[in-house]
Design a protein around this ligand. Sequence first.
Ligand code: ADP
Ligand code: MG
Length: 608
Amino acid sequence: MNSERLKENVSVTIRFRPLSPREIRQGEEIAWYANGETIVRNENTPSIAFAYDQVFGPTITTRHVYDIAAQHVVSGAMEGINGTIFAYGVTSSGKTHTMHGNQRSPGIIPLAIKDAFCIIQETPSREFLLRLSYLEIYNEVVNDLLNPAGHHLRIREDNQGTFVEGVKQEVVLSPAHALSIIAAGEEQRHVASTKLNLHSSRSHTIFTLTIESSPCGENIEGEAVNLSQLNLIDLAGSESSKAETTGIRRKEGAYINKSLLTLGTVISKLSDGRAAHIPYRDSKLTRLLQSSLSGHGRVSLICTVTPSSSNSEETHNTLKFAHHAKHIEIQAAQNKINDEKSLIKTYQNQIRSLKEELHQLEHEGEAKDALLSQIQSLTRLILVSTKSPHQTDPGSRYSFMEEELAYLPKRGRNLSLDHENIQLHVTLNEGSHIKDDKKIKKPQKRDGLTLTSGSDKSSGGMSTTSNPTPTPPANTHTLAIVESRRLSYSSPSESTSEPLQHVEVLTYSEAIQEQLNEKNNECKGLEETITALKQLLSENTTIKAQAVEIEQLKEKVAKITESKEQLEIENKRLREESAYANELASAAANELKMMSEQVVKLMNQGVV
Ligand code: ADP
Ligand code: MG
């Protein structure tokens, strides 16, 4: 199974990001710095220093990081050696910037994709089949970012190693195709999470390119197939979760710790070299990476750090973790597998038998056309250099060239994307009648971007569901070709008698168009938010006015209550006075009565 073992170590590099504008505003200072190309030193205690394979200062481009820390892993993967590249570090230290990047500074993932296709172009002796999957581990749950229904996926094991059951794998036809698949996966992640920042700092994303290759040519039956996986991983933030207090947060933190802690344990046991038991099974992340980490694949650990003094302690932790990992020894070996188990052989065999069937059909007709289009669809999935001497049907191959991702920087060249850099790639197959370039549809300008229109939008990417040992479908005639994500695809040659003749025009504009759509959607979303906020604000104003009124009314009520009380007191006093007056009056009346009685008496006695 394995051959050509070479002892090597895990590549461990440190990447500093610049101080952020906020850190500068807050007057933070440099606590750690790159001292030359291999040392990280502490500013306050210069005796504290760590050595690595390479230390990238804050001004180093991702292109350079790629060349030093990723290129050998990618080229190894193209030769059948499993490869894994991790970005490790606290939140906001630059992991996503390093792995994904942006238009101005493309990350390791787009650079690796471009490199993979360049390697295919430079390897005319072999043909390749590339598939990609994109997963996320959140709270120890594995989700498929290429399939909204793919939640809680299980990790299984067979004699080929561990694999994710039911994961969607898309066959990749070109660099731009791969990038558009990733963009769709990112979109899916945005849709699925309500608090993206929190979510993304706590989840691990695993981008996997599965590469199969076999020698080109007619007599390749019995030749082994190289099979390998290239994992590009943006890990969850490595900050300690001690500060977490609320229930949910603690749970998430604990899970992240579980995957990251287990990764730490696995790495330290691997670096020991003598440890008998390595706890891959203790977390989803390590279980998934078991075959890649178990010593026969190449591993590159890129640790991202901020120089900032406010993060000094966390940076120190990252540096210690990286230091540990440095001791892991690996023996990179090619993975060769049996013919029948590989997808590329499956397709090659199907193509061969379809061609045989075709030769047996004597007359032109619908059956022949159907066969031809099936052959064409299958052939397109297998990637081969345009330089290949064995390329029998060049026109039927899906064409990809370096130009397709010309916007990605090459060594020592930093390009940014502009209209000039969007290039077309045109392949004419041999014997094509289209000699006149003018017959090729001219790209149309739309929204300032170059787009080509096309009649054929149905054939393109093919997706499969994970099966590490793919078996041929029972009926080779019913392979499902999923709808292409490509926006631009043109096939000006309409000739049905020669269906293999076609011109493919592919531009990078599809990915750009998608991004544009994304931005438009974002814009719409923002507009909606603004409207909602405005409404809230106006509601708020009314509420405020009402509140003021209520206050005034309350004051009035208070005043009224006060005067009412005073009135009541007055009333009471008056009542008391009147009662007293009544008493006085009745007393006076009594006295009067008595006096008048006495007067009557005296008169009667004749005194008066
Ligand atoms: P993480 O994924 O580790 O949480 P990010 O990659 O999102 O961190 O980086 C945080 C911020 O710092 C982003 O705005 C990013 O653009 C910026 N940044 C990170 N690394 C670099 C770098 N090497 N050069 C310039 N800016 C960087
Ligand atoms: Mg991130």
